[in-house]
Design a protein around this ligand. Structure first.
Ligand code: GLP
Length: 246
């Protein structure tokens, strides 16, 4: 896993947008897998600006999102459907027929996960998967302990993740469960790009990069990936080499 440290969040976000734009330049029908959270907001902003300037088109691309809360309708203000529409899909020329976000309100969530996994297969797999990282090392909603051979499935969120995300919900209560693309599905992406910004990610980054490859640190799986990059700002890189991972 190659790590690159950028002087700040803006530089990191611009570089991440550059990776996506270049890939779409080579292959306009590329299949992307995308994250939510605060970290990728800068990347989405850069990509939307580039689109407005005529520098990149998403017309033929296919989009999959990594995860969604179980029980949230796609129009719930804290849903990842709404997040993606507001911050990205609604600002570019994406074809709605090629935008996939797990349906958190599906009557049969297990069937929804199978449908999602099949849609990824039908699209020919993921070309570029962009990830954020949770403070506990989670990727998507694959919490510590997620099996490396897992597929898209319903998961129970850790208390710490629910606490971090609580502010998005009424009465500060985040849902207990979510749908997430699995670890094996992420691993099969041709290219993976993990973004991390801020000191509150520094420890998770150091443990993932410098510790053992272990299911207890989901992001550590990427060290086995043949084409995974880690884009960090200086704050997120601040624990590298400090020995916290040992
Ligand atoms: C959420 C998402 C993850 C995301 C993580 C970090 O739990 N399910 O996909 O990477 O949070 O979010 P942030 O970028 O806001 O720190």
């Amino acid at each position: 896993m190659r790590a690159r440290v950028f002087p700040g969040y803006e530089a990191m976000s611009a570089a991440a947008a550059g990776v996506i734009a270049r890939r779409l330049g080579e292959d306009p029908s590329a299949v992307l897998m995308l994250p939510t959270g605060t970290t990728p907001l800068g990347m989405y902003r850069h990509l939307s600006t580039m689109h407005r300037a005529g520098e990149v088109s998403f017309e033929r691309a296919t989009f999959f999102n990594l995860d969604e809360y179980l029980g949230l309708r796609p129009d719930h203000r804290a849903s990842y459907h709404v997040y993606m529409k507001e911050h990205f899909y609604g600002l570019i020329d994406a074809d709605p027929a090629r935008i996939f976000v797990p349906d958190g309100a599906a009557p049969d969530p297990e069937a929804e996960c199978e449908r999602y996994e099949a849609a990824i297969r039908e699209a020919g797999g993921i070309d570029v998967c962009v990830l954020g990282i949770g403070r506990n090392g989670h990727i998507g909603f694959n919490e510590p302990g997620a099996p490396f051979d897992s597929r898209t499935r319903v998961v129970t969120l850790s208390e710490s993740t629910r606490l971090v995300n609580a502010g998005d919900f009424e009465a500060n209560r985040a849902p207990q469960r979510a749908l997430t693309v699995g670890m094996a599905t992420i691993f099969e992406s041709k290219e993976v790009l993990l973004l991390a910004s801020g000191t509150n990610k520094a420890r998770a980054v150091a443990v993932a990069v410098e510790g053992d490859v272990s299911e207890s640190v989901p992001a550590s799986m990427l060290k086995r990936h043949p084409n995974a990059g880690l884009f960090l700002d200086e704050d997120a890189a601040s624990d590298l080499g400090s020995g916290v991972a040992g």
